[in-house]
Design a binder for this molecule. Structure first.
Ligand code: ZN
Length: 523
C-alpha cells in the first residue's frame, strides 16, 4: 500500500451482535481498527472510520427473550455498552452505526437485494439444513465436528423451509482469482488459505433468507415476499455500504469512500473471514459494486490460555480501562497480541508489560530527559549543538522509524510497529546513559551537555509522534510537554523550538509494582 496524500481510506470494524456486553476480544478489534485509521489520518489520508452493532441477529432475539425484555430495548441497552467502550478506549470512529437504528440501513439492504435480483442471482428453493444460531448460518454435514458446530461446539437445529438462495456458485471463480492475485488482500495466512480451500471445492449457492416466523419477525423483510426476512449476514454486511449512504440520494460519502481509488478496509476476526472474503465480494460483484481492498484479519484472544467464548471465562475491558487507563490496555493488546495471530491475555503479563515497558521504559525516558533539561538548561529547549557520531547514530535511527512504522502498519503487524518504536525508546535511554550530559554539565562543558539533551529531546519527539496511532493520549501528553508542533505538520529533525520552556509534569505511567502483578485480579 502506498501512502499518497489525498487518497481515501474507509476503515470499519465488524459489527458485533449485542447478545452480551463487549469482551476484551472486541476491544482488541477496536484498538486495531482505531490505530490503523489514526495512522492513515496522520499520514494525510482522507479517512472514514465506522464501527457499530449488528442488531438484526436471531441471537439478540433469543437473548432478549431469555431476559424477558423486548428485543428493541435489549439491543438499545447493549449497544450502549459498545458505544461506551469506544469512548473509554479513545476510539476515533467517525460514526457508530446500529443496524436497527440507522434510517439508511434498511434502504441500503433493500437496494443491494434488488440489485442482486436484477442480475438474476436470487431464487426460491425448498431447503433442509442444519443451522447454528450462534453463527447465524447453515452448515454442510462435512463441516460439522461430530454433528456439532465447530465454532461453538453446540448442537445445531434442523431447519426445513423454502428460502431465497443467492447464486454463490457463479462467483466462486472470480473471488478465488482476486484473493490469489492479491487484488483482494486477506491479511492472515490461515484465513486466506481456508478461504481459498473453500473456493476451490464445490461451492454451493447460499440461503439468504429465513422464514419471518423463525426470525420471530425481527429483521428486514425480503422485498416482495414478507413471509421471509433477509439473512442477517446479508443484512449486516450491507451495513458497511449503508454507513456511506448506499441506497439513498446523497453520494457525498459513497463516491469517494466506496467508488474512489482509495482503500476499503474491513478489520475482522478470523471466525467471520468467510462471510467477508467469500459472500461479501460475491454479493457486491452481483450488484455491480466495488469490493473491499483489504481484509485485516486478527486472531482469537484467549484469557489465561482459555478461549473466551468456550470457557465462559472473560474479561470485561471496562474496569481494566478504568483502573489502568486506555493507553495501558491499548498498549498490551496492540503490542503483546500479534495482530494477525492468536494471542493470550493474563493480568500478570499485562501488569508486567505495564511496569517494564510503559513505566520503566517510556515513562522513565521522558522523566529523565525532562528532569535533565530542568537542571542543565534551565528547563528550556537547548539549541542544536555540534553533532558527534553518537548523536548522528541516534538521529539516523529516529528518522528511520517512520518508514518502519509505515511498513509494519501496511502489513497489519501493529505489534511490529510498536516494537520498532520501543526499540527507539531503548536506544534513546542507552544514548542518554552513554552520553551522560550531567557529567559534561558538572565539568563545565555546557555546550556538549546542551547538545546531548537536544538530541535526546528530538528522539523523544519522534517517539511521541509515532506513538500517536497506538497510544493517542500518551502521545498528546508527551507532545504537549515538549511544546511540539501539531501532528498534522510535516516535520523532520530539530522540529522543537529552541529556548521554549518545557514542563516536566507527573510520570506518564505509575508503576503498579510486582506485588500487584502477582496477586492482581480484574473484573
Ligand atoms: Zn456456531
Amino acid at each position: 500500500m502506498t501512502l499518497a496524500a489525498q487518497k481515501t481510506s474507509y476503515v470499519t470494524t465488524s459489527i458485533p451482535y449485542v447478545n452480551a456486553n463487549p469482551h476484551l476480544g472486541f476491544a482488541l478489534e477496536l484498538c486495531i481498527a482505531d490505530a490503523f485509521a489514526r495512522h492513515r489520518r496522520i499520514r494525510g489520508r482522507r479517512v472514514r472510520f465506522v464501527t457499530g452493532t449488528d442488531d438484526h441477529s436471531l441471537k439478540n432475539v433469543l437473548a432478549a427473550e431469555r431476559a424477558g425484555v423486548p428485543t428493541s430495548q435489549w439491543v438499545t441497552d447493549h449497544a450502549a455498552a459498545f458505544e461506551a467502550l469506544n469512548a473509554a478506549l479513545g476510539v476515533s470512529a467517525d460514526d457508530f452505526q446500529r443496524t436497527s437504528a440507522n434510517p439508511a440501513h434498511a434502504p441500503a439492504v433493500r437496494a443491494l437485494w434488488e440489485a442482486c435480483a436484477r442480475r438474476g442471482d436470487l431464487y426460491r428453493k425448498p431447503y433442509r439444513g442444519r443451522y447454528c444460531v450462534g453463527c447465524e448460518r447453515f452448515y454442510e454435514p462435512e463441516e460439522l465436528d461430530d454433528g456439532r458446530c465447530p465454532e461453538h461446539e453446540a448442537p445445531l437445529e434442523t431447519v426445513e423451509e423454502t428460502n431465497w438462495f443467492f447464486r454463490l456458485s457463479r462467483y466462486a471463480g472470480v473471488v478465488r482469482e482476486a484473493i490469489e492475485s492479491g487484488e483482494l488482500r486477506v491479511v492472515h495466512d490461515g484465513a486466506r488459505e481456508e478461504t481459498l480451500a473453500f473456493l476451490r471445492g464445490p461451492v454451493r449457492d447460499v440461503s439468504v433468507s429465513r422464514s419471518a416466523a423463525r426470525a420471530r419477525g425481527w429483521g428486514l423483510p425480503v422485498p416482495g415476499d414478507p413471509s421471509q426476512v433477509i439473512w442477517v449476514w446479508f443484512d449486516a454486511l450491507t451495513g458497511y455500504l449503508a454507513a456511506l449512504g448506499y441506497g439513498g440520494s446523497d453520494r457525498s460519502r459513497l463516491d469517494p469512500f466506496w467508488w474512489g481509488d482509495g482503500e476499503r478496509v474491513h478489520v475482522i476476526g478470523k471466525g467471520i473471514a468467510r462471510f467477508h472474503a467469500v459472500y461479501w465480494p460475491a454479493f457486491l460483484e452481483s450488484a455491480g459494486l466495488p469490493w473491499p481492498t483489504d481484509l485485516l484479519v486478527h486472531g482469537y484472544l484467549t484469557v489465561d490460555g482459555a478461549k473466551i467464548s468456550k470457557s465462559g471465562r472473560t474479561i470485561d475491558p471496562a474496569p481494566l480501562i478504568a483502573q489502568y487507563g486506555a493507553d495501558a490496555v491499548r498498549y498490551f493488546l496492540l503490542r503483546h497480541v500479534r495482530t494477525a495471530r492468536d494471542g493470550d491475555f493474563s493480568i500478570a503479563r499485562f501488569l508486567q508489560a505495564h511496569d517494564a515497558e510503559l513505566a520503566n521504559g517510556l515513562g522513565n525516558l521522558a522523566s529523565r530527559i525532562l528532569a535533565l533539561v530542568e537542571r542543565v538548561t534551565n528547563g528550556r529547549v537547548p539549541a542544536p549543538g555540534v553533532e558527534l557520531a553518537v548523536d548522528q547514530e541516534l538521529r539516523r535511527e529516529a528518522l528511520g522509524l517512520r518508514s518502519e512504522v509505515d511498513g509494519a502498519v501496511g502489513r497489519l503487524s501493529l505489534d511490529e510497529a510498536l516494537s520498532a518504536i520501543f526499540r527507539l525508546v531503548d536506544a534513546t535511554n542507552r544514548y542518554v546513559t552513554a552520553a551522560a550530559p550531567w557529567e559534561h554539565a558538572r565539568e563545565g562543558r555546557a555546550a556538549r551537555a546542551a547538545g546531548v539533551l537536544r538530541t535526546a529531546l528530538e528522539a523523544l519527539h519522534v517517539i511521541a509522534r509515532e506513538l500517536a496511532p497506538f497510544l493517542p493520549a500518551t502521545s498528546d501528553d508527551l507532545r504537549t510537554r515538549l511544546r511540539a508542533p501539531p501532528l498534522e505538520a510535516e516535520v523532520g529533525w530539530n522540529a522543537l523550538a529552541s529556548g521554549v520552556p518545557l514542563s516536566r509534569g507527573a510520570p506518564l505511567f505509575r508503576r503498579i509494582g510486582t506485588e500487584a502483578s502477582r496477586s492482581g485480579t480484574i473484573g
